[in-house]
Design a protein around this ligand. Structure first.
Ligand code: SF4
Length: 808
């Protein structure tokens, strides 16, 4: 089987699918069914289809090629998805589908995708599996094979300690469905992507102003875009709207980045900063604001708590622009100018909150300082500033969270004899809902868990690629006795699985309906476009099948060890008692039924979502096309620019600039600079920077042939003069190494990066040979990034590694 996509047509924006019968290609498809046959509608046939000429219909869906969830209309002809078009109805995506979104069609027709359940037959990590039926896969999870133990043995030996299984998941609309399984199962060990993503940003803003806000880039007159590469990392409609207004067309944007990125090129000014020193910059901007009395005193009076203490801290510590210049490498006069220009534009001014990973160990304090700086100018919950927006409420549905007496608390280690002012845990001060991924992993491989953890379920998540220190992640996966992965692609992590459960792609399933808050709140849904191909299933159906198999046998184990359960059975009988432990309960209804229920309070919503994918109040009256590609969703006076007149969403209703309770946990109650935050690189080494690219979403899209056409591999940026000294020319193969490991990729000598730094894009260099296009393609940053743990939430600090580089 071969699937061929015309690159030329793709670039014209007419993604025509040409589906042809079995020819050559360099497809090393370990997981091919061998039959060349697919399932039901959506079946790949020998017919060619041409977009727009066949009889077809459109299905409203939501993109899953990145986190943004833009609305799309999938064109279906003869059971084949031939084109993804933007859906103009959705206020969030405003009739836009980026290159990644267009290439979603390849996620569906990728010949390498997982096609049927499999069970490991080789050594762990070897990637040798045999195809099995769904029932055999569920049975292997419950009872094991000669290669690995099943849940029944593990839970019996661990005396019904449900926390002996770890559950982890990546971001996605069906993450909630998988999490219901985790909750019903009764483990305390849940890890998600937060601590390798937005944890410190979301929490920093959360504790300071009460929520992680959106930025009203449409209306801001002045934007400081620091550590956020919008033109490359994520190209959404608000990115485009912002860049339409820069360079003298309405808004001034200053880009702060160690590298000269495409965002820098689109900005009015670019200031190169030393990596990890943004906190010093924000403190200096705050100093100028306070010293020159540029703040919004009326707002401060109404909404600040402990303003005087923060003012005193910033001024007495003398966080002057001259002080910051030495640390950040940004000229003092530029800092003065920025602070004054921001104040002049406020409240239509934005210090962009950023939507990416933790860079440095001080990231939590950086985000707090940014939130406070923004608030000093009263630019909160207002047009052109940071906004909270509104949200349309959805009805919930019943879940299941039985109490297992033997289930241990989360696998963390509390500090013994902790004094007030010390962090509460061995590796961080606070444990968030998503936990500290690298903290947990390291504790596990170092045998520091308070009890045995012996297996894991991993949903839509690729920790082998996504977590710093790949070697340690491999060690963790090898040590786990039972690894179950649910995924669409044979990722590096799937190679370490004992049981592989193939999920269908986003175009083959209906996901939980979602409410999208903002200035123009709406509800949107991902409708199933075509039936699942091969033997893949939506996670809802997978959970239904799995829980049907394991629920009763696992209850038998609880009966054996749990005295409360035994007593309850004596009182109420087994059948009644089991009802509280019946793992199938959250999965009794179809996703469509649950979605219908969620929006039942809004007349016409279910129908609108089914047909157009989007619903919001009064949409029939207010939606209209204004010009060629501009639409109106809400009338201007009905937009939620402000929901509480600028009031913060914290419990106190105030801007929290001095949180004394943090001090009890060893965290600075106010953002301050510490010497250990200084940027330094030993002679002969380079600070490794990593980042995203507009056409790739981490490792999730690395095997997408359409996107690979746009950027075949990642190159390492190295300063041109340094490269010349080292005899490194463009496209020379180089090795990047650290104390953690090494990786090889081609060189890109450039003036766009400082002499003591190098950069390459995350998400390349996969080791799974079942990924035809991604296998050993480019370099893997996480093979080199050291596992430096940010001290507050235990997030992975991605820009703290110094590396060596040599030509190979
Ligand atoms: S920004 Fe692009 S990849 Fe992300 S959801 Fe929108 S269309 Fe999809």
């Amino acid at each position: 089987m071969e699937i061929e996509v015309s690159r030329r047509k793709f670039l014209q924006g007419t993604v025509a699918m040409s589906v042809v019968g079995g020819t050559a290609a360099t497809v090393t498809n370990l997981f091919s069914s061998g039959h060349g046959a697919a399932a039901k509608p959506g079946t790949i046939t020998n017919e060619n289809t041409k977009t727009g000429s066949g009889k077809g219909h459109d299905v409203a869906t939501l993109c899953e090629m990145c986190v943004n969830k833009c609305a799309a209309l999938a064109r279906v002809e003869n059971g084949i998805v031939t084109k993804l078009n933007p859906n103009p109805m959705f206020p969030k995506s405003k009739n836009m589908l980026c290159a990644r979104g267009n290439a979603g069609i390849q996620a569906l027709y990728d010949p390498d995708r997982l096609k049927f359940p499999m069970v490991r037959v080789g050594e762990k990590g070897e990637g040798k599996f045999k195809r099995v039926t769904w029932d055999e896969a569920y049975n292997a999870i419950l009872n094991g094979t000669d290669k690995f133990p099943g849940l029944a043995k593990i839970l019996d030996e661990e005396k019904d300690n449900r926390s002996s299984m770890l559950f982890c998941a990546g971001e996605g609309m069906a993450e909630h469905t998988f999490k219901q399984f985790f909750q019903a199962f009764g483990s305390a060990n849940w890890l998600n992507h937060a601590s390798i993503c937005l944890q410190t940003v979301a929490s920093g803003y959360g504790v300071t102003i009460g929520a992680y806000p959106q930025a009203d880039l449409d209306n801001a007159d002045y934007v400081i875009m620091a550590g956020a590469n919008r033109a490359e990392a994520i190209v959404t409609p608000d990115t485009m709207d912002l860049f339409k207004r820069t360079k003298g067309k309405g808004a001034k944007m200053v880009c702060i980045d160690p590298r000269f990125t495409n965002t820098a090129a689109k900005a009015d000014k670019w200031l190169a900063i030393n990596p990890g020193t943004d906190l010093a910059l924000v403190l200096a901007l705050t100093y100028v604001t306070l010293d020159e009395n540029l703040q919004d005193n009326a707002y401060i009076k109404k909404y600040f708590k402990d303003y005087d203490a923060y003012r005193e801290s910033v001024l007495s510590n003398k966080y002057t622009p001259e002080w910051a210049e030495k640390i950040t490498n940004i000229k003092a006069k530029e800092i003065y100018a920025m602070a004054r220009e921001f104040a002049a534009a406020a409240p239509k001014a934005v210090y962009y909150p950023g939507r990416r990973s933790t860079f440095a160990k001080n990231d939590f304090q950086l985000r707090r300082a940014m939130a406070i700086f923004q608030s000093l100018h009263g630019a909160i919950d207002c047009k052109g500033g940071l906004i909270f927006g509104d949200k349309i409420k959805l009805a919930g549905h019943d879940g299941l969270e039985p109490l297992y007496a033997k289930a241990q608390a989360r696998g963390i280690v509390k500090k013994e004899n902790r004094q007030e002012g010390e962090a509460g845990y061995d590796d961080c001060a606070v444990v968030s809902g998503g936990g500290s991924w690298i903290g947990w992993r390291n504790r596990y491989i170092e045998d520091k868990m308070p009890y045995n953890v012996r297996g894991m379920f991993c949903y839509k998540h690729n920790p082998m690629q996504n977590m710093p220190n790949t070697k340690k992640t491999a060690q963790m996966l090898k040590k786990m006795e039972l690894v179950v992965t649910i995924d669409t692609m044979p990722s590096d992590t799937v190679m370490y699985a004992d049981v592989v459960l193939p999920e269908c792609t986003y175009l083959e399933r209906t996901d939980p309906v979602k409410t999208f808050g903002g200035v123009e709140p709406s509800i949107a849904v991902r409708n199933k476009v075509v039936d699942p191909m091969f033997e893949t299933k939506p996670v809802m159906d997978i959970m239904k099948g799995l829980t049907t198999k394991i629920s009763k046998p696992l209850f038998e184990i609880s009966k054996k060890y749990d005295e409360d359960v035994q007593e309850q059975i004596e009182d109420d009988g087994e059948e009644t008692t089991y009802e509280e432990f019946d793992l199938t309960l959250p999965f009794l209804h179809s996703q469509e039924e649950l979605n219908h229920h969620a929006v039942a309070a809004y007349p016409g919503a279910a129908e609108a979502l089914h047909h157009g994918g989007v619903f919001y109040p009064k949409m029939e009256k207010s939606f209209k096309q204004v010009s060629a590609n501009v639409y109106q969703y809400y009338k201007e006076n009905e937009k939620a620019y402000s929901v509480a007149g600028g009031k913060p969403k914290t419990a106190s209703g105030k801007i929290e600039c001095n949180i004394k309770s943090l001090a009890k946990k060893g965290i600075d109650p106010m953002p301050v600079w510490r010497d250990e935050y200084e940027f330094s690189v030993p002679a002969g080494k380079f600070k490794l920077l990593t980042g995203r690219h507009a056409q790739f979403t981490q490792s999730g899209t690395s095997n997408n042939a359409m996107l690979r056409d746009l950027m075949p591999e990642n190159f390492v940026w190295i300063n041109k003069r340094v490269a010349a000294e080292k005899g490194i020319k463009f496209a020379d193969m180089v090795e990047v190494s650290s104390s953690t490991g090494k990786t090889q990729l081609k060189a890109y000598p450039t003036e766009k990066i400082a002499p003591n730094q190098i950069f390459f894009i995350h998400g390349f260099g996969e080791e799974s040979s079942s990924l035809t296009w991604a296998y050993k393609n480019g370099g893997n940053d996480n093979a080199v990034i050291e596992d430096v743990i940010e001290p507050v939430y235990g997030a992975a600090a991605m820009h703290e590694t110094n590396v060596e580089i040599r030509k190979v």
